[in-house]
Design a binder for this molecule. Sequence first.
Ligand SMILES: C[S@@+](CC[C@H](N)C(=O)[O-])C[C@H]1O[C@@H](n2cnc3c(N)ncnc32)[C@H](O)[C@@H]1O
Length: 210
Amino acid sequence: MEGLLAPNLEQYIYDLLPVGDAILQEMEQYAAEHQVPIVGPAVGRIFFFLARISGARSVCELGSAIGYSTLWWARSLAAGGRVIYTDSDPANAERARQWLMRAGVAHLVEFEIGDAVDILERQKGEFDIVFCDIDKTGYPRALEAAETKVRRGGLYVADNVLWSGRVAEDSPQEDTTRAIIEHNRRLFESKAWYPVLFPIRDGVAAAIRL
Ligand SMILES: C[S@@+](CC[C@H](N)C(=O)[O-])C[C@H]1O[C@@H](n2cnc3c(N)ncnc32)[C@H](O)[C@@H]1O
């Protein structure tokens, strides 16, 4: 478990969480063994919470990997809901399909392989939630696309917005860090969004489309 809070505090939060079901646990174990950077259960619960309080029925996920976050979104949907899974790696999509079938939610998921932002831009209609977890240099473009694809009152959610604390460096050199800083600045300066930032794990931003 990684995190930006003091380790004992982060551990305390994770210890409070109810144990996930067998599929979630298997996925978490697979992710740990294969270095797949999944959002984990504390952030998964934030997704479930946001989707339930907003009554979300449509989620477009940008960067889905093995489908762990997809599973949290799928389980949170109101009746008749759907999630779009996206990843550039077909092997990830196949793995995700197997997990999501076993979890009994594959029928709620539309699998799309390719560049996630291109896929979002191609979608007809608007989403209740767009969730961004792609390569970090792609974040500013993802935010721009989300502005036209999230319905008013819907949510934009982004993971890793604190990037292991590197966003607070005085002179950040990495392209990834600079891209996240740019993404966060645009999100918080924009009149199109009402954002908040949860400093759990690697930082989660959530914004209402005004
Ligand atoms: C951080 S992982 C996603 C983890 C997942 N959201 C979870 O928490 O379970 C990022 C994934 O996005 C994919 N990816 C990165 N950039 C992408 C892009 N521009 N388009 C589509 N997929 C992308 C990678 O292949 C990787 O599997």
